[in-house]
Design a protein around this ligand. Structure first.
Ligand SMILES: [Zn+2]
Length: 309
């Protein structure tokens, strides 16, 4: 990805070097829009979504880019220590190319989503913050250790990212490349867009009254939509700024594939259990990213009314 020398977002909150502990906060959401979810009855505690597989699953779930951090976080241990939140100023004055890269990608998402909101939705886009942390962090959705992987918290409208995750992506998940990383950020920003549009809230409401299997199915649609939004972003970023280099799209697809539920379950040494998917299979994740990328329009990302995913 061509990113050097371009605008960096000012919405980066650098909390590296400080760890967050603390309690969960209430989450409040904007309302409007909303799609019909599937009906059903029984509510099953969210925690049980993490439960079944035990520790392995926590680690696996951790690496999925949770859309609903409260689901993940309630299951997570509190990060050790109780250090106050300090916003570490640019930690050392040396260069920090990875941070700069993240700031450029975030700026790209801002530029693209501002235009898309205006032209396709006739709304104003509100930019999210992106919190860089190490080890542990406190969000309005609760405390999280780095093990949860990148996540978006609707309660404070912030994306949380431990840059070490990119190393895992490269080394553990064999998904190297800067555009794999850009895809991760764009996916999380996709959850922010879903929050602004009221989609996340609507899904959560429906999830509270359906079975676990149905709830998981809705999570999958939400996650695949975030993948599709990441593709829409890439489409417009390329069209307006020509950011792509040879191999970039393959890098993003590699990451989408590496973190598919089936691949992760297989890697964790278990059976592949589609009913327990919360993010979609590798193939689905690639497919929806590609769809957004090709089409460039938000309507292309209607995973909730798609017959097949
Ligand atoms: Zn996600």
């Amino acid at each position: 990805m061509k990113w050097r020398g371009r605008r960096q977002s000012s919405n980066i909150e650098d909390r590296r070097g400080s760890s967050g502990g603390g309690r969960s906060g209430r989450i409040s959401f904007p309302m409007n829009l909303g799609r019909r979810g599937r009906g059903g009855r029984r509510r099953v505690g969210r925690r049980s979504a993490v439960g079944g597989f035990g520790l392995v699953a926590v680690v696996v779930v951790a690496l999925l880019f949770g859309v609903d951090p409260s689901m993940l976080l309630t299951g997570m241990q509190e990060p050790a220590g109780d250090a106050p939140f300090t916003r570490s100023a640019s930690r050392d004055s040396g260069s920090d190319p990875l941070r700069d890269f993240v700031a450029v990608v975030l700026a790209d998402t801002e530029d693209v989503w501002h235009v898309l909101f205006e032209t396709q939705l006739k709304q104003r886009y509100q930019e999210p913050k992106l919190v860089l942390f190490s080890d542990g962090v406190r969000s309005a959705c609760g405390s999280a250790s780095s093990a949860v992987g990148p996540f978006y918290c609707p309660g404070d409208r912030k994306v949380y990212l431990d840059l070490d995750f990119f190393r895992s992506l490269r080394e553990r998940f064999h998904a190297p490349g800067d555009f794999a990383q850009a895809y991760v950020i764009a996916h999380e920003v996709g959850h922010h867009v879903q929050t602004l549009l009221g989609i996340s809230q609507r899904v959560r409401e429906v999830q509270s009254s359906v079975s676990k299997v149905q709830s998981n199915a809705l999570s999958v649609r939400l996650e695949l939509q975030a993948d599709c939004f990441a593709g829409v972003w890439a489409n417009h970023a390329e069209r307006t700024k020509a950011i792509l280099e040879q191999g970039d799209i393959e890098e993003a697809l590699g990451a989408a594939s590496a973190i598919g539920d089936d691949t992760l379950q297989r890697q964790a040494g278990g059976r592949v259990v589609p009913d327990s998917f919360t993010h979609g299979s590798s193939e689905q994740r690639q497919r929806w990213f590609r769809l957004g990328l090709k089409n460039g329009r938000l309507e292309a990302c209607d995973t909730f009314n798609a017959n097949s995913l």
